[in-house]
Design a binder for this molecule. Structure first.
Ligand code: SF4
Ligand code: SF4
Length: 287
């Protein structure tokens, strides 16, 4: 068992996202994970220079290239305290993310390691996450009821087999919750993200908050749907709907209120600077 010193309280001081983007700390997202093992109905992964949202990157890089990107990013933005990997696909669907974190641990031991996953493989890969020393882990849990999850996710590929609908949702949810329990028990700070989809999971957020908090998550981030792909016809939630969901969830768990839905290759202090255009030679500056 690894004893972590970067607990939730410490991360509020050292990690921009846990500090409410008020501590003037920066993060670098390394887009090393191209593929995904589930199909969320709102996901539209793209390689481009100009969209400001998760799942978008200017390019996918290798773990070895990531070291050069970190070096350059620290020269441009010494406020960076966190190396995060959040896609553009799932971090556990390939070995790239864990391999990158191994290199970060060796070459930049003072940087915090932050990882996001859909959680399908979280339970079975938890030991690798613990061993590589992840400080904060985000798991996206959009429902804890398989009937609801099946409306948000059409299929998973699990151990080389494709599952669909409720059957897929049951496997995903079970692995997410067991995985959260396992990594939280090892001392890793767990944040849960849910995409708020009006008419599908908007009345279910309280239940998610209750269950993930019990499983050991410390903080909950409710992200408004960006209507696209199969859910393009569902309107994005209003501010009042987001607020209501956050207030209900707040009865069970600390709630995040400042997420900016960063790209998978964001670099800089959230809300203040983005050096990605210099590092990846984007055509359009996202500053
Ligand atoms: Fe922040 Fe999420 Fe990036 Fe981690 S993965 S640094 S929590 S935006
Ligand atoms: Fe897209 Fe992430 Fe869902 Fe995979 S887990 S389909 S990358 S939103």
């Amino acid at each position: 068992m690894v004893t972590k010193t970067n607990n939730y309280e410490n991360l509020k001081l050292s990690h921009p996202c846990f500090g409410g983007h008020k501590n003037n700390k920066g993060r670098i997202h390394l887009p090393v994970s191209p593929g995904c093992n589930i199909q969320c109905k709102f996901c539209d992964r793209k390689i481009n220079d100009d969209e400001q949202r998760p799942g978008v990157t200017s390019k996918v890089i290798t773990p070895e290239e990531a070291l050069g990107v970190i070096k350059r990013a620290l020269e441009l933005c010494p406020e960076i305290t966190v190396v995060g990997i959040a896609g553009p696909g799932d971090t556990l669907a390939t070995d790239n993310a864990i391999e990158t974190f191994r290199l970060v641990k060796e070459h930049y031991p003072n940087l915090l390691k932050c990882m996001s996953t859909n959680g399908l493989l979280l339970y079975e890969r938890a030991d690798e996450i613990i061993e590589v020393g992840i400080d904060s882990l985000t798991v996206t849990v959009n429902a804890v009821d398989p009937e609801i999850e099946a409306k948000l996710n059409s299929a998973i590929v699990y151990h080389s087999k494709k599952y669909e609908g409720v059957e897929a949702a049951k496997i995903l949810i079970e692995n997410q919750i067991k995985g959260i329990e396992k990594v939280a028990k090892a001392g890793i700070t767990v944040k849960v993200n849910s995409v708020l989809v009006p008419g599908i999971n908007d009345n279910h957020i309280e239940e998610i908050a209750k269950i993930v908090s019990k499983a050991g998550a410390s903080i909950y981030n409710i992200i408004p749907l960006i209507p696209q792909f199969e859910l393009a016809d569902i309107p994005a939630p209003t501010c009042a709907q987001i607020d209501a969901a956050r207030t209900k969830a707040g009865e069970y768990i600390d709630v995040f209120r400042h997420c900016q839905r960063c790209r998978a290759d964001a670099i800089g202090v959230p809300g203040e600077s983005d050096f990605g255009d210099q590092i990846y030679q984007r055509r359009i500056s996202l500053k």
